[in-house]
Design a protein around this ligand. Structure first.
Ligand code: FES
Length: 116
């Protein structure tokens, strides 16, 4: 059975996130870091896979966010840890509709699976 794609949720308005910065929003029970590079928005799980720091407060440059605690770096396009891409943070689709920034977040528990 096909799982329906997650629906988009508005988290902010254009202009709420300054260029080169990130902000954290709660969506579907998860914390999501949304970054704006001046042209496009990116969304990644806000909780660093290392020890759970908030990635939204980390420095962000050239599509890479650096964790503020221990400086692990993650690519915003696919969530990969720059030092070992086998480790990834979840990333989420972002769109802008009528000035609203929307993200589509899969709940951490995820949809029901046939695997088992
Ligand atoms: S908590 Fe992010 S690098 Fe350690």
């Amino acid at each position: 059975m096909m799982t329906p794609p997650p629906s988009f949720t508005a988290v902010a308005r254009e202009g709420d996130i300054p260029v080169g910065e990130g902000r954290c929003y709660e969506v579907a029970g998860r914390l999501v870091a949304v970054f704006f590079d001046g042209a496009a928005y990116s969304a990644i799980d806000d909780l660093c896979p290392h020890m759970g720091a908030s990635l939204s407060s980390g420095p962000f440059r050239d599509g890479v966010v650096t964790c503020p605690w221990h400086a692990w770096r993650f690519r915003l396009d696919d969530g990969a840890w720059c030092d070992d891409p086998r480790l990834r943070a979840d990333v989420f689709p972002v769109r802008v509709v009528d000035g609203a920034i929307e993200v589509a977040v899969v709940p951490r528990d995820g949809p029901a699976s046939d695997a088992g």
